[in-house]
Ligand binder design. Structure first.
Ligand code: PMP
Length: 323
């Protein structure tokens, strides 16, 4: 893979130098610099903290910013909060309206990332059993360029770390603490020269990527590990399933995936809000297909790109207009 391609990906996800004007904290829009919490809550509040990662896409021709799958992400946030026994003082509809207002106030005219974070505030220490206490919610919003259309081809490596499991740290819950598992994987894969690591679950089957889900394509059939394989119930994975089946005529199977199936697949791609859709050119040094973006992933990525930018009229309902 050329250095140029790697550069596109890494730069796109780098933290921006400038902070946005506002964030949203427990019902109020607050100036970035004034949104503080007490140092004594550091760490402990994160134990039971759950969050979402949402993307907004700027369409330069239409001068429109649209948030992709806002309600679906907020509904997943509510499910994560439920497992933490954290009730929400705000409904999905209230949060969605306030998030649109926040992004509008930050006046972004570029692709953005939005991160609602729910946690127990100072009155309910995050390490205690909570008994259905209400949580606090803070929403951060920053610029985050998309890699769609950049022709990225990534390298993957199977990690020596095992995925956390439902009866240990449930991956279905989007808990901040789960990301220590992802971080070990990302650290190892980076040191070994891969862009991302693939995590096997306790049964030795493929679960997901440190920050995304995975699909393989074999003989014209798309295959992805089931929601019981130790994955986050990914919104992009679901959208992609529908697009493959209904728009591209590619059957999709949700079933266990063996490690060696990765090596012999015709195409492999990762998908997620942050990762978007990116083709894998190699896995553990085995070339996938011809090492570039395969035909199915190419069609899928183009379709997905048009949809998220609001360029495909048939799918405008999948996103919420900011302006
Ligand atoms: N798995 C993990 C571990 C993730 O962090 C993400 C990104 N949120 C995904 C999968 C993809 O989920 P989604 O498509 O909902 O962003």
């Amino acid at each position: 893979m050329s250095q140029e391609k790697r550069k596109v990906k890494k730069d796109a996800w780098a933290a921006p130098k400038e902070s946005p004007k506002f964030l949203w904290m427990s019902g109020n829009k607050v100036e970035w610099e004034k949104a503080t919490v007490h140092a004594s809550t550091l760490g402990w509040s994160a134990i039971s903290m759950v969050f979402e990662g949402i993307r907004g896409y700027w369409n330069p021709e239409a001068e429109q910013l649209r948030i992709f799958q806002l309600d679906a992400h907020l509904e997943r946030l509510m499910r994560s909060m439920k497992v933490m026994r954290m009730s929400s003082p705000w409904s999905v509809q209230e949060l969605a309206a306030d998030i649109v207002d926040l992004v509008r106030s930050n006046e972004f005219k570029e692709d953005v990332y939005i991160q609602p974070t729910a946690y127990f505030g100072e009155t309910t220490p995050g390490y205690l059993a909570a008994k259905e206490q209400p949580g606090e919610i803070a929403v951060f919003n920053r610029a985050a360029a998309s890699v769609l259309g950049a022709g990225n081809v990534i390298s993957l490596g199977v990690s020596s770390w095992t995925r956390i499991s439902d009866n240990v740290m449930p991956p279905r819950v989007k808990a901040i603490t789960n990301y220590q598992n992802s971080r070990y994987v990302a650290d190892e894969s980076t040191r070994h020269g891969y862009d991302f690591g693939i995590i096997l679950n306790q049964q030795g089957k493929v679960s997901e990527i440190s920050y995304a889900c995975i699909y393989i394509i074999r003989d014209g059939v798309a295959i992805t590990p089931p929601v019981t394989a130790g994955i986050l119930e990914s919104i992009t994975r679901d959208i992609v399933k529908g697009l493959l089946e209904n728009e591209l005529g590619i059957p999709v199977l949700e079933r266990d995936v063996d490690r060696t199936e990765l090596y012999i697949a015709d195409e492999v791609f990762i998908c997620g809000t942050g990762a978007e859709i990116q083709a894998a050119g190699s896995i553990d040094g085995y070339t996938v297909g011809d090492g570039g973006v395969g035909p199915i992933v190419s069609d899928l990525e183009q379709l997905f790109h048009d949809i998220v930018r609001g360029r495909n009229e048939r799918f405008v309902d999948m996103s919420t207009e900011v302006y």
